[in-house]
Design a protein around this ligand. Structure first.
Ligand SMILES: Cc1cc2nc3c(=O)[nH]c(=O)nc-3n(C[C@H](O)[C@H](O)[C@H](O)COP(=O)(O)OP(=O)(O)OC[C@H]3O[C@@H](n4cnc5c(N)ncnc54)[C@H](O)[C@@H]3O)c2cc1C
Length: 467
């Protein structure tokens, strides 16, 4: 059915928060901008009540709704493929409370990660989840269970979400969890909603766990002659109980792209790969761990051990790491892959990708979170025409995903499935699992108005007769 303007205008009285014509293209896509959808309305709610009334209206009238944070996802999950309403949460961006007694913060979903992190750090507190894109929203981070650099020590977004307020597809407001640490009370709806990519409900309030801000944080850059020696050394570091916060690996060839993009030069251009580590905590503990890891890596074939004591230099080195996806993208269209394998299998998996690259002639560059097995492979299109690119990409990636699953891995470590990873995810996931996921979708959103046909959803709104 067509959207009745007057109905939305009655719910959102401020006209600047309601757009019907000339919706900017960025709202019809994700951060890569290649997949495009269409929409009849773009709505910026500022309260749970507004979200609830828009959803109730959409649900009653079978209108598709695409929830959106900052739109920084890389998998097409904010592309409004069925038209309807884009529900942009970016103006619900207040910190409602920082509660020092319970070490919690209550925030609206649209606050940017960078703003939230700097606010809590100003209070001597710390929110550990740290995905590379700091201009993403907390609501988006929760909906994708964002990971990032510090997962090896602190875990992922899920580990810091204590409670949620959400609005279900039919407008019902629900709270799950709270400020308490323990909860053995029925099913964990909160955990079901985390990582659900806007397919089950719209998040309107988040209670997040904080910890005391670490006294110090120091990064170290370790160049190796080749990638395999570097990755193999990571296991030794982790087994030594040196408690690193971040352990990233990068092939030299992708670092070169990052250097050009960021205008920063890495030392030891003769390296074949780098491991970039951070240690945080009490000063004495950090210094001891840095010494311990230094001894270990030098005896495992590192070319050098560069402790980044100058904070400016450390920021520059991390700037290159943070810019790698954009750096590859600046050279050619590419497919960012987010496969995760057990950490003991990273080296074998990257070796397999090198074989695939050699046999297929398709350029693939590797970097990622070595400490948690999350590999960010970028498959480069080069000058292939559209048809050849998609055919060759799919063929090679089917092999890559099959190998990851053979090693006990999964499709996505942190970016989510969206549209781009659906083919591989549906192919590799047991039918029984998909059936249960779709039964949950049907229970919470029987009319399939929320982000339909994304991620695990196979049924579509053929289930309308369910209610
Ligand atoms: C350069 C770069 C680096 C990145 N590095 C990382 C990284 O290290 N780790 C990582 O995990 N990700 C990374 N990402 C991916 C991206 O930043 C994350 O997926 C992020 O969590 C998305 O947040 P967002 O606010 O942009 O959400 P969006 O992109 O707007 O939305 C993502 C999904 O969440 C849903 N959603 C958003 N808000 C809500 C809400 N309030 N309620 C319900 N559903 C909602 C959307 O429907 C969509 O399905 C990176 C992206 C880029 C461009």
């Amino acid at each position: 059915m067509d959207i009745e303007k007057w109905a939305l205008e009655a719910m959102i009285p401020d006209k600047t928060r309601l757009i019907f014509e000339h919706i900017e293209p960025e709202y019809l896509s994700d951060t890569l901008g290649r997949l495009k959808g269409y929409a009849q309305a773009l709505v910026f709610p500022i309260s749970t009540e507004e979200v609830s009334s828009v959803l109730r209206y959409a649900y009653t009238n079978h209108i598709p709704v695409t929830p959106r944070g900052a739109g920084t996802n890389l998998v097409g999950s904010t592309v409004p493929i069925h038209g309807g309403i884009i529900l942009d949460l970016s103006q619900m961006n207040r910190i409602l409370e920082i509660d020092r007694d319970t070490f919690t913060a209550t925030v609206e979903p649209g606050i940017l990660l960078q703003d939230f992190q700097s606010e809590v750090e100003g209070e001597g507190l710390f929110y550990p989840p740290d995905p590379g894109e700091k201009a993403s929203t907390i609501g988006g981070n929760i909906s994708t269970n964002a990971g990032g650099m510090r997962a090896v020590k602190y875990g992922v977004t899920r580990d810091y979400v204590l409670g949620l307020e959400v609005v279900l597809a039919d407008g019902t407001v629900l709270t799950a969890g709270g400020k308490q640490i323990k909860d053995a009370s029925g099913l964990s709806l909160k955990n079901l909603l985390i990582g659900s990519e806007g397919t089950l409900a719209v998040i309107t309030k988040c209670i997040l766990k904080l910890i005391p801000k670490p006294e110090t944080s120091i990064s170290v850059l370790v160049p190796f002659g080749d990638l395999k020696t570097g990755i193999d050394t990571v296991l030794t570091i982790l087994q030594a109980d040196a408690n690193p916060t971040a352990v990233e690996f990068m092939e030299r060839k992708v670092v070169q792209l990052g250097e050009a993009f960021s205008d920063v030069e890495y030392p030891r251009s003769d390296a074949g790969s780098y491991i970039l580590l951070t240690f945080d905590g009490h000063k004495s503990e950090v210094e001891a761990n840095i010494k311990l890891v230094g001894r270990l890596v030098m005896s495992h074939g590192a070319l050098d051990y560069i402790v980044l004591t100058d904070p400016e230099r450390a920021l520059d080195i991390w700037k290159v790491r943070g810019a790698l996806v954009k750096a590859v993208e600046a050279v050619s269209e590419q497919e960012p892959v987010d496969i995760v394998v057990p950490i003991s299998k990273i080296s074998d998996f990257v070796g397999y990708i090198h074989e695939l690259e050699e046999n297929s002639g398709m350029r693939m560059v590797n970097f990622g979170h070595a400490g948690d097995g999350n590999i960010h492979l970028c498959v480069v299109r080069g000058d292939r025409n559209e048809e050849t690119w998609h055919r060759e990409l799919q063929k090679n990636m089917e092999h890559a995903y099959a190998k990851a699953y053979e090693y006990g891995g999964v499709t996505s470590g942190e970016h989510g499935i969206g549209i781009s990873k659906r083919h591989y995810f549906l192919r590799e996931t047991p039918k029984e699992n998909l059936l249960v996921m779709n039964q949950i979708k049907n229970a919470l959103d029987p009319r399939h108005i929320l982000n339909d046909q994304k991620s695990y959803i196979t049924g579509g709104n053929q289930n309308e007769e369910v209610i």
